[in-house]
Unconditional design. Structure first.
Length: 140
């Protein structure tokens, strides 16, 4: 068996835990409730392994590296704006899909500035292509 992969039986057991948001052969994601409880328990001095065990997870199934990585990621997520969330954060929208009117003014301005920079780069690239094309036509 490949280390780090969950078996069908392990997936079934992990799905039954109320703190599991999602689980697949390679991935497990935890609920916001678990993340909040996890950080509070770490702050009170509990070990990562004991927090998972006390929450109904088998530390040997999860593995040391996965638990250690989770502890690092959950702290990072806690520091970011918006705090904890289930699953993956929303992916950034393509500028064409952005609705600036519905955003806070500061965010809309920042996104518009980034879009302008991107469009300038795109325009410079197109100009270079046209120039190279012209040079190619001039050669006999």
């Amino acid at each position: 068996m490949n280390p780090g992969l969950f078996t069908g039986e392990q997936i079934k057991a992990l799905r039954e835990n109320p703190f599991t948001d999602f689980v697949s052969v390679t991935t497990i994601r935890f609920t916001v409730e678990f993340k909040e409880m996890f950080v509070a328990a770490m702050d009170s001095g509990k070990t990562i392994r004991n927090i998972f065990r006390d929450s109904g997870y088998d530390p040997d199934v999860l593995g040391r590296e996965r638990m250690k990585s989770f502890a690092h990621r959950v702290r990072k997520e806690q520091r970011k704006n918006g705090g904890f969330h289930n699953g993956y954060k929303e992916r950034k929208q393509h500028p064409d899909l952005a609705d600036y009117a519905s955003m806070p003014q500061e965010e809309a301005i920042l996104r518009m500035q980034n879009e302008i920079l991107y469009l300038h780069q795109e325009l410079d690239f197109i100009k270079k292509i046209i120039e190279l094309d012209r040079k190619g036509e001039q050669k006999p």
